[in-house]
Design a protein around this ligand. Sequence first.
Ligand code: HEC
Length: 299
Amino acid sequence: MRSFLSIPAFLGCLFAALFSPLRAVGAEGISAEDAQLTTAAVFEFFEAKCNDCHGAHLTRPKGKFGYAMDLKRVAANDEYVVVGDAAKSELFRLVNEDEMPGKDSKVGNASAAEKLALKHWIQIGAPSELPAKLAARQKELLSAKSAAPSPNKASESLLSRLLEWFGRFHAASTHFPIGLLVAAVLSESLGWLTKKESWLNCTRFLVVLGAGGALGTATLGWLNVYAGVSQVYQLHKWLGTATALWALISAGAAIFFECREGTMERARLRAALIVGAALVSAVGFLGGAITFGLDHYKW
Ligand code: HEC
């Protein structure tokens, strides 16, 4: 008797569970289907234009951001996404202002439709549920790291890996040209103050060593694998290269000209050394600013 009574109750519950919550309606009245379509559009956009530099398959993803295809994780990072507010989301700003994918990327900027999709995705709450086919693709992409070492890594020759490894010493090697070229100015100042010709030998030694250091550091800088996109990085790269050339010219002037005190040659050498020390300091500062920001020395 008791069990007989409970049947209608059970059916009632089942009915309620299936139909009572207004299913599939999320924030701002967006249906689950719309949300999924938007998520799919963002996923396809990221796979086409971000995954190469920010994918899980990379051992060293750019900007330490290696999970672009993990939309749930992207949405959860409040430094990138302010859920519901695209205008406050750094991720949208980067894409909207064409800072990402960036000038160095082969794929070109995000299209207007892609920007809109990203904006809409953030506005509706940055959902992460994908249609089945894309969900499978996502799984594949996210497990790419454990599956196999990245294919281009495996086929890389020993030589290119070795060169890339040398490149990592770029930052450490900068101390030589900076220290030596600044010390050359000090040595020349003392020569100028004391009028002792012997200081010239010291200056020569420092500027030749400094120029060698600058050449080595610039070479390592070009070997260093860093796909920077910022203007600070570009300026650092080209000003650094120019500084190495300038140091070589200064060293040449110190070696090939007699540079007696009171001559035009000596005055030119002094000017060249001062410009060189200023250049190498500026390049060093910009190098630090790539990592720490331009306001690094702010009080
Ligand atoms: C060609 C390589 C490349 C592509 C493609 C690319 N990025 Fe980047 N991304 C970078 C580099 C390099 C940085 C580091 C920025 C720097 O230090 O100048 C970066 C940094 C970022 C950061 C900031 C990480 C942080 O915490 O500072 C975000 C977010 C980002 N990218 C998003 C994207 C998105 C979204 C896309 C696709 C629309 C994209 N990127 C495509 C190279 C790329």
